[in-house]
Write a protein that binds this ligand. Sequence first.
Ligand code: AMP
Ligand code: MG
Length: 209
Amino acid sequence: MYLVNDLEATCFEQHGVKDKNEIIEIGIVVCDKGGLPVMQFQSFVKPTINPRLSRFCKKLTGIKQDWVDLADPLDTVLNNFQSLFKSKFTAPLNEVPWTSYGTMDFLCLKNDCERRSLPLPFGHYVDLKKLFAAYSGFRNCGMLDCLKIEGLEIEGDSHRALSDAINASKVAKIFAPRIMAATIEDSPLHLPSVPGQVPVVRPDHTNDC
Ligand code: AMP
Ligand code: MG
């Protein structure tokens, strides 16, 4: 099995993953090894560095201030997911591979976990956007265009974690065996063993496909 995750985070007018982007919503689709969804999880997360959402962030995501005010902090939310996962599956969660459309989710989770001295809760990560680019030849394809290209139905609202994760899981199904085979070398932070090559953390491209 593998996980397809999507995160919403605090943000301001300028786009890009900065150290201070804190998770405000997590959406996870648990898929079996063939890519069929077997469980969904959604939770808001209370940000602590910048507890007030910017007007820009509320407009982009539709997430309201009181939804995050009333939410649990990240450690509790990850524990809640872990408990739920454990009640349904036998696989150790920290060995289950995961994916997301673009590396923002990986970097944001890593930063937020490090800031709170939490271990990364999942197994190896592989970037779905990178897999789709190699497969389709469209290098800078946003997720909605990717779904359109594949003739897959777009569900729910964009910039909401569970609907984004559900939509990403439809793309992920194409690559289920590859995601299942994710290794440390797929990590955006992996240092290649070939001298002279530098690790590339792919920036979030604008959609030009
Ligand atoms: P998404 O999964 O596309 O909804 O994006 C995840 C997070 O990235 C959002 O919750 C924002 O924190 C940030 N983000 C996405 N698009 C933008 C944008 N156009 N400007 C600034 N931040 C953005
Ligand atoms: Mg999203």
